[in-house]
Ligand binder design. Structure first.
Ligand code: ADP
Ligand code: MG
Length: 609
């Protein structure tokens, strides 16, 4: 019989490999971002068009490549990251298979521009379906830019298999989040069809989480920290009362690589045992650091699964560390500056009856070392140290001053005295307009309305640009009347309004009907919001950077922000302070007005001269 076995040509082999590596645009995003990180970049920019279907581009300021590497990197099994099989057991890089670029180039149009650090000229290479189209010497900036266009152009079946734009964008965002969270010290930005979705600056892990998931996250996080020889754990778990209906906010990073592990996930669930309502899943953002020799990342082509040498021990350590953190959190609610005010008992109830979430664990339990509490504290990032005085002895003086001279509500403080909640002493309100708090260097005075406007603005902007809309259904539809011209304005921004959580059931010439509102928006505010919005849109000077999403977020924030003149509870004051300083830009309002001033010790000293 004739010989029938043949070797597959390279481009076919590459296409087959691509099937494993590249499922969708998000896979390209992951590979390119990881290459940029492996190249030592400190600044990484991700540019997406049409949810990655027409363009995924990553620009980094990493080490770049020389002319021959710029060609070679598209060959299969071309990698600079390992040279022999032993290297596989002590990986410090994301990539090592050397097949990502070869696979991507087999199924897309790829344009690479790269320049080594310190060189004056760089290289540009174009490849389409594994075929080299051009190679030029070019002037370009240091680092590498890889643009992947028309993904699956030569495999229509795969292209047709892609999901709708929002779904593919969601996948891309998930990858971006994972990589950005695994490397909070790196600056990342993300742009989609000319919208700037993220601009993340090098920051502590906690800030990175907040900038990705929104300011509200700040109050939900409980730090977890343990160091053992086998495993270092750091990061956060979500407080039990904020557990979610889906598993969306569960992240393990092992040696800065996002991984999935149902086994370790189980360790967390069991640490939360008894604290969660049925069908609720705890959030977690945990970094695990282990000896690279003790793991095998090689078991899955996209490397999100991992095998550990000693899984049962990791399980036990992780479970114990999380339990310990939850235990500490439960005994210190009064000192917890980050709790959710809505969880607190209203003032007119006896504070003694307050029952904070019960955590059935021994809070002094620590399987590892005695100084872990200190270790957990040292993890608290810089800006959190801004607020001092929570536990300080001088607080009682502070409180009496505030009562005597700063119109603190007497009734309120007497109720709180009974419960001796110390955090009553950390802030107070002045003229129902300013929130005054202590910072390390002196005092901070915050304009409550402006602060709240900033918080709401960032929240809604994120909601509108990034998230699935979250709505609350109205019992009865709301019908609103406007002029035809005003209605045209509303109609024009309908997609953004829907993304923000509004649901429209009907539009006719002068009215429209709403069946649902964004979560947190009361129906009594509705006509105000739309009046404000319409006038904002009409008064906006039209220009090319005009972003309707931005305008909508600004407008809703303006309408809903707590007004000056409103008395705020201590919890509300604290919420505003916490959420404000978790904002990307806490210093000014979306309209560029100063939000707070500080009075530092030296200024006070000079006044008492
Ligand atoms: P791997 O990452 O597994 O090594 P890839 O196909 O992703 O394989 O990349 C092949 C090689 O190309 C890498 O090993 C690296 O040397 C080089 N390379 C890829 N992307 C970059 C980049 N952004 N900066 C510098 N070198 C890169
Ligand atoms: Mg790679």
């Amino acid at each position: 019989m004739e010989n029938i076995i043949q070797l597959l040509p390279d481009h076919v082999a590459n296409q087959i490999a691509a099937g494993e590596v590249v499922q969708r645009p998000a896979s390209v995003v992951k590979e390119l971002l990881e290459n940029a990180i492996d190249a030592g970049a400190s600044q990484i920019k991700l540019i997406i068009r049409n949810s990655g279907k027409t363009l995924v581009q990553v620009i980094d300021n990493g080490m770049g490549m020389g002319a021959s590497d710029a060609r070679l990197c598209f060959e299969r099994h071309a990698t600079s990251k390992i040279t022999n099989a032993e290297d596989l057991f002590c990986l410090n890089t994301k990539g090592f298979r050397g097949e990502a670029l070869a696979s991507i180039a087999a199924i897309a149009h790829v344009e690479l521009k790269t320049k080594l650090r310190g060189e004056s000229l760089g290289t540009a290479v174009k490849i389409e379906g594994s075929k080299l189209k051009s190679e030029d010497v070019v002037s370009t900036s240091e680092g590498t830019s890889v643009a992947v266009k028309n993904l699956f152009f030569n495999i229509p079946a795969r292209r047709n298999f892609l999901k709708s734009d929002p779904v593919e964008l969601r996948h891309i965002m998930d990858e971006f989040h994972r990589v950005a969270m695994a490397h909070p010290q790196i600056n990342f930005s993300m742009h989609h069809n000319d919208n700037d979705l993220f601009d993340l600056r090098s920051e502590p892990f906690r800030q990175r989480i907040i900038h990705i998931f929104g300011a509200k996250m700040n109050e939900k996080l409980v730090p977890v920290q343990e160091d053992t020889e086998l495993l270092k754990i750091s990061g956060f778990v979500g407080k039990p009362e904020f557990a979610k209906k889906s598993r969306g906010e569960q992240f393990f990073f092992v040696n800065h690589r996002f991984i999935k592990s149902s086994y370790l996930n189980h360790a967390i669930s069991s640490a939360f045992e008894g604290l969660l309502l049925p069908n609720k899943y705890p959030s977690y953002f945990l970094n695990l650091e282990v000896d690279p020799k003790s793991i095998d990342i090689n078991i899955h082509p996209t490397k999100t699964e991992i095998k550990f040498d000693d899984e049962p021990t990791l399980y036990a350590l992780l479970r114990a560390a999380v339990k310990h953190s939850l235990g500490q959190f439960s005994i210190a609610p009064a000192l917890d500056f980050e709790r959710d005010p809505s969880m607190d008992t209203p003032y007119d109830q006896d504070m003694n009856k307050v029952s904070l979430p019960k955590v059935e664990v021994d809070s002094s339990f620590n399987p590892f070392r005695t100084q872990s509490k200190a270790a957990a504290k040292s993890n608290v990032s810089d800006w959190e140290g801004l607020y001092v005085g929570l536990e300080s002895k001088s607080n009682s003086d502070f409180n009496s001053i505030s009562e005597a001279q700063f119109e603190s509500d007497a009734l309120q403080s007497s109720i709180f005295e009974k419960a001796s909640i110390k955090s009553t002493q950390s802030t107070f309100q002045l003229q129902n307009k300013y929130i005054v708090g202590t910072i390390k260097s002196g005092l901070v005075v915050i304009d409550q309305n402006r602060a709240h406007e900033r918080i709401l603005y960032e929240d809604y902007l994120q909601q509108i640009t990034l998230k699935e809309p979250v709505s609350q259904q109205l019992l009865f539809p709301l019908r609103l009347e406007f002029s035809t011209q005003e209605l045209a304005v509303v109609k024009n921004i309908e997609p953004q309004l829907v993304q923000a959580g509004f649901k429209f059931s009907a539009f006719d010439s002068e009215t429209f009907e709403l069946t649902a509102l964004p979560v947190g928006v009361q129906d009594t505010f509705i006509s105000k919001i739309f009046d404000q919005l319409i006038s904002d849109v009409q008064n906006e000077v039209p220009d090319f950077n005009f972003s309707q999403s931005d305008l909508l977020a600004k407008s809703i924030a303006k309408s809903l922000a707590t007004k000056n003149g409103k008395k705020l509870s201590i919890q509300e004051q604290e919420f505003i302070i916490n959420a404000l300083f978790a904002c990307k830009e806490p210093t000014v309002t979306p309209h560029n007005k100063t939000i707070f001033i500080t009075l530092d010790g030296s200024y006070l000293d000079s006044k008492f001269n």
